[in-house]
Design a protein around this ligand. Sequence first.
Ligand code: SF4
Length: 348
Amino acid sequence: MKTKFSSCCLNGIAEGCRHCVKGRKLVLFISGKCSRKCWYCSLSEKRKDKDIIWANEREITNTDELINEVQESHADSAGITGGDPLLFIERTLKFAKTLKSKFGKEFHIHIYLPTKLVNSNNLRKLSKYIDEVRFHPEFILNREKIKEDVEKIRLANQFWKINNIGIELPMIPNKKSEILNFIKIVREEVGFINLNEFEISETNFQAVLKKYKLNRDTYTIKDSDKSGIWLLNQLKKQKVKNKVHFCTANLKNNYQYKNRLKLHKILPFGRKTSEGTVTYLAVYPKNLRKAVREIRSIGKCFPDTKNKRIILSEKTAEKIIKERLYKIARVEEHPTYDSTVMDFCIIN
Ligand code: SF4
């Protein structure tokens, strides 16, 4: 039942998850606006309720920027999420169509859909470009919604094969029996069930901490993992045929994200570390143009205008140190568009 990437499964994992664990999935966040207001929603401050599009860590406004991010991250698939992509169905279709036209029909696309706005018309339009659909049911907020959720999920069978239809929801510890009951009702309509370890975020911590305790890592919720394993065991006893995956925070941080970093394109003269980060030797001059001219006269360098710095080859760095031309920083950062800095020190 244990997978190689710190999660647990029964009968295998969905196709979209296969791309994800290898770090080959681009996350296309279509908008922070949502049709629902889940108390457990973990969207960050900079995304929640904001109508902004993100391709991984890159804020984008058009399809060219999306294509750049796919190429730089070496993605072979995408997961479209939000917010509620159905609130922006034309935008969702436009971006999904671009991915298929540019990268071919093998470029796998899955989508997360809160069930509220799901109807036959929306699903038919999406099915032209989307390979796999993952419903986020509403019953967890409102028990009366069970029948409605199941009817909406059933509609997907007109457009996708059952293996490409699933449900995905957070593993909230004291909801495990309700989740199990819902799975029993919906299991004939779906090929897979994904349960995510419940995590705290900057926007949900007040609501979550009123009801739940944290694990020692201070971001996962106590007993979410135990409940996930309990659910898997219950479903195993019932000999369900569905693929069931309990996706842990550890999988997200140590496999999905790290593997994505390792594949990411880096700038010239960078060195990749085994953790997927990259180190550069760089100068951060006041006058970038003038410094580029000076440094180019003594050796190789790369002007990184986005980050207002000049990245140096090791030989060039040695010459600059010897001639005391500039202060040089050794920077360790993520190779992602936002270049998250992990370590920064001046070496001369
Ligand atoms: S459906 Fe998803 S994005 Fe929307 S509020 Fe709920 S958890 Fe947040």
